[in-house]
Design a protein around this ligand. Structure first.
Ligand code: ATP
Length: 597
């Protein structure tokens, strides 16, 4: 698989991609916004010319020209005002409409990455956190680009007007260059410092959420951790923000010095024109007005470019980076999604390390999960059982080696399609605070509103009694923070998650990664036995059922038991075979059996 670069893509390419995205979303608004914003720049910049004509006509006491010049000034002011209002409204509307589009586009990009590596690697998480914060604001990029274009038009016009008085006055713009250079540089420096501090700011936010939400509140109070949390948050905040504040102060002083250079040149230019041969009232008025406007326009352009570079363009580069990342991760999917399994799933010399980790959680695993069988995975805490399931779901790809499905490399099967063939539940399930119908129904998005399907799933998970106990049955809102919402216990959440995992009727892979830890051993055993029987009854599709459990009473009925130990498959076989062998499984089984005596 092509590994995406960790470098952000170029500004120009990112700008182009954002413009294309905006054009696809709102072509008319984009064009009208551009034309009105740039058009508003013209009459504004020509104001200096009107003023020159008026002042000169007054000096010459030319009555008709005075009236004409005054009317011209009024027309220029009105046109500037009208076009500015029109462009403001259009740009605002464009920003609002593209914001929704861009936000859902970014969300779609994130979820289209088949693995979840980008949610866990610190450098990606920081990058995505900034993108998420700015995703809706990214829609401002259009306004910013139009305004920058308008500022450039203004600059060109006033420089032309200044040069019409004396060509050398065109050099005035050179004295504004230091401000441009400083702004450019400060943008890059501030952005780098901001990214370096992203981890600290994320930590500060995390600690704030920890201290301000109900769930962790119990442990924090019991442990008396409040003060420590506040101190940690303060320290993380300082670590995230102080370097940025320092960088901003330094750039402020640089910018002030650069403006001082321009101010000196402007005063000199006015003096030269006012005292030179052939100085007229009109030309002095023009230099004064155009010069003042030049400084304002340079300031505007510099500000626009600064915001464009540091916020909008930066967010745009992150978005294009995410596009590349998503594209690089979906390139290899060129095989069809299987509709049945005949042989099974095979791990071939699979080694896996979590992103950024040194240690391999699974090492040189060779394992065959036969089609149509029930496979139990056991091992001590941290042995890698859940990781094995995550690889089967393709939340990660192996660091080396291959996983094949009926001989086809799993990385070449579209991840979405493969997951549509998956059912099951995880130990770290999500508490979806929806009405019960949807909290369970989203396990099969096409049948989310299908009451009968949800009832069947609840039956499979043994959750019917729980739902019947809620005030409005399947229409009950879960979570007390919502109107008419009910409190749900951990065990109830777990059972609802299990029901969600059973929404699909004919999965090829059913994985149950300790989804019943909060349920007593006997009930778990009965439930798992039911799933195993169902799996065997439907062996025709080749469905593989993978059970992860610490309870050996549950595990023993599996067709194949895999014992993980020290990142390796220590043993595998049926219960009887493993007991006869007298190895790790027999030892662990013996310990648990003795505890239940
Ligand atoms: N996202 C992750 N990033 C880095 N390391 C991880 C991640 N998830 C798990 N690990 C590490 O991988 C190892 C195996 O974890 P895994 O959850 O697969 O074990 P397990 O056998 O399912 O454990 P348990 O029985 O406690 O659920 C552990 O050392 C764990 O710390």
């Amino acid at each position: 698989m092509a590994s995406p670069s960790t470098e952000l893509p170029s500004s120009l390419r990112s700008l182009w991609r954002s413009l294309v995205l905006g054009y696809r979303a709102e072509p008319l608004l984009l064009v009208v916004g551009f034309v009105t914003t740039v058009a508003a720049a013209l009459p504004d910049a020509l104001f200096a010319l009107g003023l020159k004509l008026l002042v000169q006509a007054m000096a010459d006491r030319a009555g008709d020209t005075i009236v004409l010049a005054a009317l011209l000034l009024a027309a220029l002011s009105t046109a500037t005002w009208l076009l500015s209002v029109a462009s403001d409204r259009t740009d605002l509307r464009l920003a609002e409409r593209t914001a929704v589009h861009i936000e859902s586009y970014v969300a779609r990009l994130q979820s289209s990455v088949p693995t979840i590596e980008h949610h866990e690697r610190a450098e990606y998480v920081d990058r995505l956190a900034l993108l998420r914060d700015h995703a809706s604001a990214l829609s401002q990029i259009y306004r910013s680009v139009f305004r920058t274009a308008g500022s450039v038009v203004r600059l060109v016009v006033v420089i032309g007007l200044l040069m019409s008085v004396q060509p050398i006055l065109g050099l005035l713009v050179l004295f504004a260059l230091p401000t441009v250079l400083v702004s450019n540089r400060r943008g890059a420096v501030e952005k780098r410092v901001e990214e370096q501090g992203a981890q600290g700011r994320r930590l500060a936010r995390h600690l704030f959420v920890l201290g301000a939400t109900a769930a962790p509140g119990k442990e924090i109070r019991v442990g008396g951790l409040g003060e420590r949390l506040r101190g940690g948050r303060r320290a993380a905040w300082d670590q995230g923000y102080l370097p940025l504040a320092r960088a901003r102060w330094i750039s402020f002083w640089w910018l002030a010095a650069a403006w001082a250079i321009f101010a000196a040149a402007f005063v000199g230019a006015v003096a030269v024109v006012a005292t030179g041969d052939g100085a007229t009232a009109g030309s002095v008025a023009l230099v004064l007005t155009a010069g003042t406007r030049l400084s304002a326009y340079v300031g505007q352009t510099v500000n626009e470019v600064h915001f464009l570079r540091t916020i909008w363009l930066d967010a745009s580069r992150r978005m294009v980076w995410l596009e590349d990342f998503a594209a690089a991760h979906s390139l290899a999917a060129d095989l069809p999604v299987p509709t049945a399994l005949t042989d099974g799933i095979e791990f071939k010399d699979v080694t896996f390390r979590y992103p950024g980790a040194e240690r391999a959680v699974l090492r040189n695993i060779d394992l065959r999960l036969p089609a149509g069988k029930v496979v139990a995975v056991v091992g001590e805490n941290g042995a890698g059982k859940s990781t094995l399931v995550k690889l089967l779901c393709r939340f990660y790809d192996p660091s080396s080696g291959r996983i094949t499905v009926d001989g086809a490399d799993l990385t070449r099967i579209p991840a979405d399609g493969w997951r549509d063939r998956f059912a099951g539940a995880f130990q770290d399930f999500m508490r979806f605070e929806y009405p019960v119908q949807h909290a369970v129904g989203i396990g099969d998005r096409d049948r989310m509103d299908d009451r009968a399907a949800v009832e069947v799933a609840a039956g499979r998970a043994g959750a019917v009694d729980i739902v019947d106990g809620f005030p409005d049955g399947y229409d009950t809102q879960l979570g007390v923070t919502w109107r008419d919402g009910v409190e749900v216990s951990f065990g109830q959440w777990q059972r609802l998650a299990l029901a969600r995992g059973f929404m699909r009727d004919a999965p090829l892979l059913l994985a149950l990664d300790e989804p019943t830890a909060a349920i007593d051993a006997e009930t778990e055993h009965a439930l798992f036995e039911r799933y195993a029987d169902a799996a065997r009854a439907e062996a025709g599709s080749g469905r593989i059922t993978v059970l992860v459990s610490h309870r050996f009473s549950t595990v023993r009925m599996a067709d194949l038991i895999v014992v993980l130990d020290g990142a390796h498959v220590a043993e595998q076989g049926t219960h009887d075979e493993l007991m006869a062998r007298g190895g790790k499984y027999a030892e662990l089984y013996g310990i648990q059996a003795a505890a239940y005596q």
